[in-house]
Each structure stands twice: as structure tokens, then as C-alpha cells.
Design a protein around this ligand. Structure first.
Ligand code: ADP
Length: 503
């Protein structure tokens, strides 16, 4: 009885009591960004008392040079108020009363009081920096192994110092430059003038804190002595500190042969590819284990319920039905997950054929419309004379079904859901590809999510598996194309993918 009373009393604790008691620094702000309440932990963190902080614009706690960035987070939040937990990239540099700077991670939680929106912001001193350094060390090791296996060059551009550190292979690409460090200007000077703007655009995109930091470019490097040209393909990642880009770590490959003789790029496998395949087999094995683990645990729990219920003399039929229904659903889910993974594994048996992409899109739409994934109107803007593409029909069909299903699910609460599918010809670096755009007007993706959706097992759905987009990207890449999400697509989400045209 007493326990019950205690629990009731705890449930009735006021917001103010909890707000004051928590160990994390918290402030409550109104929609103008001004502080309404500040708890003792936040007063300690910022070294100011309640009177000094109440009524102050919260951005005043942020180091002046990062206030613009903070305003960006705040506007983003008020545009679409939804819980933004810690660790989703909302790091910011703040300072206490003595001017001491500290890197803080923030979470935002919307609270509605009398139809007015307030936001509870929690600050904790960021552990991200330490984690980022660890991650970087692991990545550097991976790069080293990749480099050995496939003849990659590595470079590391330090934005603050304006220098590029590069390894021997990379220096050879640049005509045998002697030093381990080169000024950024020196590095860029050897890039073909016609390719500099394209390279810079790719870098600008990767350096924008709202992008996912991914950097991909292809350009020519001119050997100063020989006056020869060499095509280089680079792929890397920009690292951010307190929201600004501070480092680009990249691998580079000499792709001159493929550029000059494209037919040779679809060549027998080399050692690098074998290593890649082994790694992807290992990843898939891990994925299968993960895939089965959850449904098996659930099936085992449901079976326990069935056994327990049967042991009772007067057993509850409804309870039995529910538990068995759970078993059936989990078994089907496991089956579906495995099926997807096996399709992923089979990508090595890729049989490419010449296809009418618009036709595959029509078929995939029929599947999604008829399987009841959701109701929506379809707007097709298909290029009438799109040349045939060269890819595996089943795989591209699967990717389209995945994208359409995700869109249908995201539009479930939209007033008038519309799925727009566009096909067109894209020309990049003189290379023509077919481009497909799948646009919905559903719940959309915030920046933090957009960064993670292609990671295996990332899902925000209760019954999601989180493998759909990871598999789709792998399938499109296996067909010689790319799949990405546009981060600034307005409302809803916009996925793009390319596939090559038939020769
Ligand atoms: P799953 O559908 O099993 O969650 P996916 O890999 O297909 O796995 O998708 C991962 C996550 O990406 C989804 O849980 C969802 O949060 C997000 N997502 C994918 N497509 C969309 C979309 N069209 N609109 C909004 N969010 C999306």
C-alpha cells in the first residue's frame, strides 16, 4: 500500500521539482529563443545565477562565432518541432562567465503549454570529440589497409593550417613530389584548370555542416615535368569540429585507364575486389545473425506465454491467439529480412541487361500500389526518349520498390500524399547516366537522420529492419550507379539514383 502511495506521489511531482533536481544542465526557452527557466545545474555550468540568465536570448550562452550556427539549429527546430536527442550532431561551442569555452552537446524537446510552444534544451559537455578521434584512428587504419590492397593514395587536408599531408603513392600521382607536406595552393596548382571548379564544388558541398561530409570528385592532375595528364578519383570525408569543417581525409585512385578505355573497367576481379567481397560477406554474416536474433528472442518469449497459458487449467484463448499471432508475425519478419539479405549476397551474380527504365518504374509502382503499402497519388515526369540502361532488372526493381514503400510509409499522415517520380539524363564529368528522382511529400528527414539512413540497421520504424536503404545503395553501386538523398529537398524526402546507359 505504502509503495503504491510513494509511486503516486512520485508521479505527481511537479515539472519544477524535477527540473531543479536533474544533474544535467537544462533551460526552457520560449519560441523567441529567450530563457524562461534555468535549472541549478545550468547555472553552475555557465557560472551565472537565475536572475542574470532569465529573459536572456539563449544564444548569448554560445560563443559569439558560433551563434549563427546555433540560430540555424533553433530555426530548424521551430520549423519542425520534434525531439532531437543528444548525439545527433547538435554540438556547439559555448562559454561560461569567465569566457572559458566548452564544447556542448544539446538535445531539444518540444513542450506545449497553453498552446504555446516551449523548448527544453539540455546541455552536456561533449564526449563526441574523444569519440571522433578514436573513430578517426580506426578509419586511418582501414585506409592504410585499403591502400595496401588496392594501390590507393591517401591525403589529409588540414583546413586550419592550409596544408596537405600525403603518402608516397599520392605524391607519385602528383608527379613524384618530394615532401610529405605540401601547401594547399601547391596541391591545387597541379590540378587541371578545367577541373578545378568541379572539384571545388564537391568540396564546398562536403564542407557544409548540413551535408553529410561525404566528398567525391574526379579530376585530372598534370605532371609538371612530363606535361602528361592523369585522371584521379577521390573519395573521402570531411570532419567537423563544433560545426565547422577542419579536416578532409581522402583516398585517391588513378582511373586514367578506365577513363581512356571504359570497357576495361568492367574487368575481371583483382585482389582489391576479393578483399572487398570478403568484407561484405563478413558484414552480411553479421547482418544475418542480427536479423535473426531479434525475431528469435521474440518467438521464444511468445512460446513461453503459450506454454504458461496451456499449463493453467482454464486457459485464456485470447491470450493464446495473441501469442501465436506474434509468433507468426515474427517468423514472417525473419523470413523477409533473410530474403533481403540473400538478395544482397547474390549481387555478385549480377546479370546486366539492356532495359527500359521507365518500364521498370511502372512495374515497381504496380507492386507498391497493389500491396497496400499506403494510398497516394502518383505524378510521373518520365523522359520520353530515355535511352536503354544497362543493369540487372530484379535488383533495380527491388530498389525502386524499396524507395516507393518508404515514401508511401512516410506519407501516411500527409493530407494529400503525392509520389513524384522523375527520370532524366544526367551529365557529370562528361559521363552520361540515367537519373531517377523519387520525391514524396511525407514526414521528411532532418539532417541528423539523413546522415544515418544508409547505415545498416538504422530505422525509425517500430517494425523496421533498417536494411532497405543499405541494401538499395549496395545494389545500385553494384550496377555502376550511385544512390543518395538530397538534403535540401523542401518538404518530404527526395532520393536520387543513377544507372549507366547501355553501350
Ligand atoms: P526501414 O524501412 O526498415 O526502416 P530503410 O533502410 O529502408 O529501413 O530506411 C531507414 C530509415 O530511413 C527509415 O526507418 C526512415 O526513418 C528513413 N526513411 C527512409 N525513406 C524515407 C522517406 N521517404 N521519408 C522519410 N524517412 C525515410
Amino acid at each position: 500500500m505504502r509503495t503504491h502511495n510513494v509511486i503516486e506521489a512520485i508521479k505527481n511531482l511537479s515539472f519544477a521539482t524535477l527540473f531543479d533536481a536533474v544533474a544535467d544542465a537544462m533551460v526552457l526557452i520560449e519560441n523567441t529563443g529567450h530563457i524562461v527557466l534555468i535549472n541549478p545545474a545550468a547555472q553552475r555550468l555557465f557560472g551565472c545565477n537565475e536572475d542574470e540568465l532569465t529573459g536572456l536570448a539563449v544564444e548569448m550562452l554560445i560563443t559569439p562565432r558560433y551563434r549563427k550556427q546555433y540560430r540555424y539549429y533553433q530555426t530548424l527546430f521551430f520549423d519542425k518541432p520534434a525531439m532531437l536527442p543528444m548525439g545527433t550532431g547538435n554540438e556547439i561551442m559555448a562559454c561560461d562567465r569567465s569566457g572559458q569555452e566548452m564544447l556542448l552537446d544539446m538535445s531539444f524537446s518540444p513542450i506545449e503549454v497553453q498552446q504555446q510552444l516551449y523548448v527544453l534544451i539540455t546541455f552536456t559537455v561533449s564526449r563526441q570529440r574523444v569519440k571522433a578521434e578514436d573513430t578517426l584512428r580506426v578509419r586511418e587504419e582501414c585506409l592504410r589497409l585499403a591502400k595496401q590492397a588496392a594501390g590507393f593514395g591517401i591525403f589529409d587536408y588540414d583546413f586550419k593550417r592550409g596544408v596537405v599531408y600525403w603518402d608516397k603513392q599520392m605524391r607519385e600521382f602528383w608527379g613524384g613530389y618530394p615532401g610529405e607536406v605540401i601547401s594547399y595552393e601547391g596541391f591545387v596548382a597541379m590540378i587541371h584548370p578545367a577541373d578545378r571548379a568541379g572539384r571545388q564544388a564537391a568540396l564546398d558541398y562536403a564542407m557544409n555542416p548540413v551535408s553529410h561530409g561525404e566528398y567525391k570528385a574526379e579530376y585530372r592532375v598534370i605532371d609538371p615535368l612530363e606535361k602528361t595528364e592523369r585522371w584521379i578519383a577521390v573519395a573521402g570525408r570531411v570532419y567537423f569540429e563544433a560545426g565547422s569543417a577542419n579536416r578532409l581525409v581522402s583516398v585517391a585512385r588513378d582511373v586514367t585507364e578506365q577513363k581512356i578505355h571504359p570497357e576495361k573497367s568492367r574487368m575481371p576481379r583483382n585482389e582489391g575486389e576479393n578483399i572487398h567481397e570478403q568484407q561484405s560477406a563478413a558484414r552480411t554474416a553479421a547482418a544475418i545473425a542480427h536479423e535473426l536474433n531479434q525475431p528469435l528472442t521474440a518467438i521464444s518469449a511468445y512460446s513461453e506465454v503459450v506454454l504458461q497459458t496451456l499449463r493453467n487449467d482454464s486457459f485464456d484463448v485470447k491470450r493464446l491467439q495473441n501469442a501465436l499471432q506474434g509468433c507468426v508475425e515474427q517468423t514472417q519478419r525473419a523470413g523477409r529480412g533473410l530474403h533481403e539479405l540473400i538478395a544482397f549476397l547474390q549481387k555478385s551474380e549480377l546479370a546486366a541487361e539492356s532495359l527500359d527504365l521507365n518500364d521498370v518504374i511502372g512495374d515497381a509502382l504496380d507492386v507498391v500500389v497493389s500491396d497496400g503499402s499506403g494510398k497516394f497519388r502518383t505524378r510521373l515526369k518520365l523522359e520520353k526518349d530515355l535511352p536503354a540502361v544497362q543493369c540487372n532488372r530484379t535488383q533495380v526493381h527491388k530498389v525502386l520498390v524499396n524507395l516507393f514503400r518508404n515514401a508511401a510509409e512516410a506519407m501516411q499522415t500527409a493530407d494529400s500524399p503525392i509520389l513524384t517520380v522523375i527520370t532524366q539524363v544526367q551529365v557529370l564529368n562528361d559521363k552520361k547516366m540515367a537519373l531517377v528522382i523519387v520525391q514524396d511529400n511525407g514526414s521528411g528527414l532532418d539532417q541528423a537522420m539523413a546522415k544515418r539512413i544508409f547505415e545498416p540497421f538504422f530505422t525509425t520504424k517500430q517494425t523496421g529492419i533498417g536494411m532497405g536503404l543499405a541494401i538499395s545503395r549496395a545494389l545500385i553501386e553494384a550496377n555502376g550507379g550511385e544512390l543518395w538523398v538530397e538534403s535540401d529537398s523542401g518538404s518530404g524526402a527526395q532520393f536520387h539514383f543513377t544507372v549507366p546507359f547501355a553501350p
